[in-house]
Design a protein around this ligand. Structure first.
Ligand code: ATP
Ligand code: MG
Length: 274
């Protein structure tokens, strides 16, 4: 049995390329993660890993390739360096994850499952976000957002030709996620929105909570505040667009007419006064 597992570990190791950083390789690809990757490869969810997109303290995102050669993003959480206490704060109060065993490993596994499920909801609501493909244990495989194997840039490092349109879209997505998906992203900022073809794409959904979570309203307020602040500081958007309380009442009032209509009216007003 052990021999068979070792053979699998060796087999999958050969399929990991382009990770030259030895520290990253040894910390991220422990035996258990290699076996998880083997299982995902065996299921046909991934063919190989061939580059690092981002290395962080808690998770690493790698460039992968699917069976048909399509690029994939593979997010791998490190068990040892994850912030469990913070993860629990975003899971307690979410009926979807009630009664999970609270060993460090099971918390991280649930965290990954949570991101997969949240991404699914986001896609179903029509929000531009990576399509989730598969998950197992501490590994999440999703659609790659980028071109020619280069990730799309974060909103924070983009010069926008059409800031109002991008802000409009972001607000529309926050509202859709809240009203149709019953979720609050809870870590929304210029760091977790990529810009592809001048359009926003939301990423990093692991901490998204259901509306009924005890601090959902606080998180929604923080998400909106982050976005408003970014657009106030970094673009030429008129101040009316970026009024936090205006945006917040918009997104939280689920029966109101679609955001786009109201925002377009606001745009026109603002242009008339400037
Ligand atoms: N689907 C994707 N396609 C392309 N690049 C991605 C994708 N997902 C993540 N990335 C890249 O990896 C970076 C980190 O991803 P993400 O924000 O999900 O992780 P994180 O901030 O480390 O997450 P967490 O807070 O859950 O630890 C992103 O800024 C982006 O550059
Ligand atoms: Mg992030």
């Amino acid at each position: 049995m052990i021999e068979r597992l070792d053979a699998r570990v060796d087999e999958i190791r050969k399929k990991i390329k382009g990770v030259e950083d030895k520290k990253v390789a040894s910390e991220v690809f422990d035996k258990s993660t290699l076996l998880t990757l083997w299982e995902l490869a065996n299921k046909g969810a991934i063919d190989l890993l061939y580059g690092v997109i981002k290395t962080g303290k808690e998770s690493n995102v790698f460039l992968g390739k699917g069976k048909k050669g399509e690029p994939l993003a593979v997010k791998i959480h490190r068990i040892t360096t994850s912030d469990y206490k913070s993860m629990i704060r975003y899971m307690d109060g979410d009926y979807r994850f009630r009664g999970i065993r609270k060993s460090k490993r099971s918390i991280v596994y649930t965290w990954v499952k949570k991101e997969f499920k949240n991404l699914k909801v986001a896609g179903e609501c029509g929000i531009a976000a990576p399509k989730p493909i598969a998950y197992k244990n501490n590994v999440l495989i999703m659609e790659f957002v980028g071109e020619d194997e280069v990730s799309s840039p974060m909103l924070r490092s983009c010069w926008l030709r059409n800031p109002e349109e991008v802000l409009n879209k972001i607000v529309e997505y926050v509202k859709k996620l809240y009203c149709e998906g019953n979720l609050v992203h809870s870590d929304l900022s210029e760091y977790n929105i990529l810009i592809k073809d001048e359009q926003p794409v939301f990423i990093d959904f692991s901490q998204a909570v259901i509306k009924e979570h005890p601090t959902a309203q606080e998180f929604l307020k923080r998400d909106v505040a982050n976005i408003a602040k970014f657009f106030r500081k970094h673009t030429t958007c008129a101040s009316k667009y970026t009024d936090e309380s205006e945006i917040l009442s918009y997104v939280a009032e689920c029966k109101k007419p679609r955001v786009k209509t109201r925002f377009s009216a606001l745009h026109q007003q603002a242009f008339q006064t400037t």
